[in-house]
Write a protein that binds this ligand. Sequence first.
Ligand SMILES: [Zn+2]
Length: 200
Amino acid sequence: MPRPHCPRCDRPLDHCLCALIPRLPSRTRVLILQHPSEVRHALNTARLAALGLNNAELRVGERFEDLPALLAQPGYRPCLLFPGEAAQPLAQFAAQLDGQPALLVVPDGTWRKARKLLHCNPLLAALPRVTLADGLQSRYRLRKAPMPGALSTLEAIASALETLEAPARFDALLKPFEALIDGQIAAMGEETFRRNHLRD
Ligand SMILES: [Zn+2]
């Protein structure tokens, strides 16, 4: 029989993370577009981000028919958190906002799946692209093999919000992630974890 899961955080009930998930306000609105292949991902940190922020929404899909409505949030300036040559540093984008809040659109998935989302949704591909500062390290470092700067979706969102809304801090968002990582490593062993869950 499958173990009962918490309907909110989707963890097994005896590992429910809800007590650690904050409800943080932000001026920035966060729209996370999650590729369906990520839903069953053991770490699903996008879900933790959506639960931990009052002004955030998580949508799952590959082609988002209602994207025009999702992007047309009155008063918000949309941008896509996605690296590449056309991307400008987020701090530079923030400086141009002139008090207007940002709508931060975050594709969630491996690079390949995230590119697929852009391909399937031309409106996304047309958004101004922003990128995080170079050299950010995941808070979680494997003991034997430090991972090369890859951030989880949750860490990327926390970092982006701290850039957009400095000096506000969003590290409380990471609390359930840290507990989850500790539990995951213990449960599956580091080798499996590294193979299955670290992104390039
Ligand atoms: Zn829960």
